[in-house]
Design a protein around this ligand. Structure first.
Ligand code: PLP
Length: 439
């Protein structure tokens, strides 16, 4: 029938019309599909770029302020503070991955760490060289699902499999609250949590975890045990110039880093270890092979892109505005948050905070004191249980008892959304200026 219609001259104008309508409908559909594709990925479309970026930034900036009767949760160190910076960077870190990519388990069969993406390894090396916070030359890189997995890989690699007793693991109090939980979780025969390093009997072999700057109190640390049978693991999650002056290039035997606290991308679950000894690196790799058959390639590619963009903001200044210099931007935000906190605490005698010595940062050339991702707040006066006291006023924090310390202390995250943080400061200022606060 279609054929006979085409042959009929009388109907030709209608067919032309139909063709035009059909082309218009298809073009419309195509545009709609393209637009949806961008929306689906949460990315701005090519010609609406500017508009969408502004909208995304506005979404973050206008995140609802918590109501005065709502709890503010500053218990976890969830780095949502970083969202504003990355939204301002728009599609600079956009990565498009096709269905055929990341199929194989393997990333680099020539490397002892066969699941390490070469692009990620290059980005890690590039960033350390730029910041000067750790040596990479003659180190082996092992990638992990967060530094949480690498920490366990290090314990596995360093604990002898045939020892009569499990290896003792210690860290000076106050220590990162996850260490005892992770170490004793599976009741391993290889190692055992022995608590505060400053109380450890030096004769037994041990592994000491040195966290610097320290979580929870921000102190700059060195090993405290100094026994002959000791092995050190340095957790340098916070050794970045937004938190502390970079005063030396770290060159410890095993150093753990994570994007969670460096770039704020805790959700992509990527960490890396710099390991001097090849055999230790191989054993750490074995642990990751056994426990998760490698590490997400997609996450490594995303992490590589993000680390490279940070380096680009410094090394390709012609392409970036000065206000996008990553570490400078986040340093300023941390400095502001610490000023707000110290000002709130100084309104009365209810709370106190530690002071940090001022040092020169070799990266920025500036002199400043550590401005940690967490505050280690002490409740003074008659308040014995600081966590309970703050909870009564709808501020959730983590008690010092989780860190091998006293309930007079709490750890408070400083890296949450601005709206939450501002409301926390408002509440803390009120509590601080109370004449006689009660639990
Ligand atoms: C000292 C320290 N190490 C390790 C981690 C865990 O990092 P990741 O998210 O890479 O597992 C954290 C997270 O808060 C931390 O504070």
């Amino acid at each position: 029938m279609g054929f006979s219609l085409m042959r009929n001259q009388k109907f030709m104008p209608t067919i032309k019309h139909l063709l035009i309508i059909s082309i218009a409908i298809n073009a419309g559909l195509l545009l709609k599909l393209l637009h949806h594709e961008h929306e689906w990925a949460g990315l701005p479309g090519p010609d609406t770029n500017q508009k969408n970026e502004v909208r995304l930034v506005k979404d973050v900036l206008h995140k609802a302020k918590p109501a005065t009767d709502q709890y503010i949760n500053l218990d976890h160190g969830d780095p949502t503070m970083y969202e504003v910076y990355w939204k301002q960077m728009g599609d600079k870190t956009t990565l498009v991955l096709s269905g055929w990519q990341s199929i194989s388990y393997f990333s680099d069969t020539k490397n002892h760490c066969w699941f390490l993406e070469p692009g990620f390894a290059n980005a890690v090396t590039r960033l350390h060289n730029l910041v000067g916070n750790a040596q990479t030359r003659n180190y082996h890189i092992v990638v992990g699902t967060g530094s949480t997995q690498l920490f366990q890989a290090a314990l596995y690699a360093l604990s002898p499999s045939n020892a009569p007793e499990p290896m003792s693991i210690v860290s000076a109090a106050p220590f990162y609250s996850s260490y005892p939980l992770i170490i004793d979780c599976l009741k391993s025969g290889l190692y055992k949590w022995k608590g505060d390093a400053s109380k450890f009997n030096k004769d037994d072999p041990y592994i000491e975890l040195v966290t610097s700057p320290n979580n929870p109190d921000g102190s700059i640390r060195q090993a405290v045990v100094n026994g002959s049978g000791g092995i050190l693991v340095h957790d340098l999650a916070y050794y970045w110039p937004q938190y502390t002056p970079i005063s030396f290039q770290a060159n410890h035997d095993i150093m753990l880093f994570t994007v969670s606290k460096c770039t704020g991308h805790a959700g992509i679950r990527i960490g890396w270890a710099l390991v001097k000894d090849k055999e230790v690196a191989k054993k750490m790799t074995k642990f990751i092979e056994i426990s998760s058959i490698g590490v997400s390639k997609d996450s490594q590619l995303r992490a590589a892109k993000i680390l490279d963009v940070i380096a680009d903001t410094y090394e390709h200044t012609e392409k970036f505005d000065k206000s996008t210099l990553f570490f400078h931007y986040v340093y300023n935000e941390m400095a502001k948050r610490w000023r707000q906190l110290r000002s709130a605490v100084s309104k009365g005698q209810t709370f106190s905070l530690l002071d940090f010595p001022v040092e020169k940062c070799n990266f920025s050339g500036q002199r400043f004191g550590t401005q940690p991702a967490f505050a280690w707040l002490k409740c003074e006066k008659s308040i014995d249980d600081c966590e309970k006291f703050l909870k009564k006023h709808k501020i959730l924090t983590r008690s010092g008892t989780h860190f091998g310390s006293s309930e007079k202390y709490v750890r408070i995250s400083l890296i949450s959304h601005k709206e939450e943080y501002d409301e926390f400061i408002r509440r803390l200022s009120l509590l601080s200026s109370m004449k006689s606060p009660h639990e």
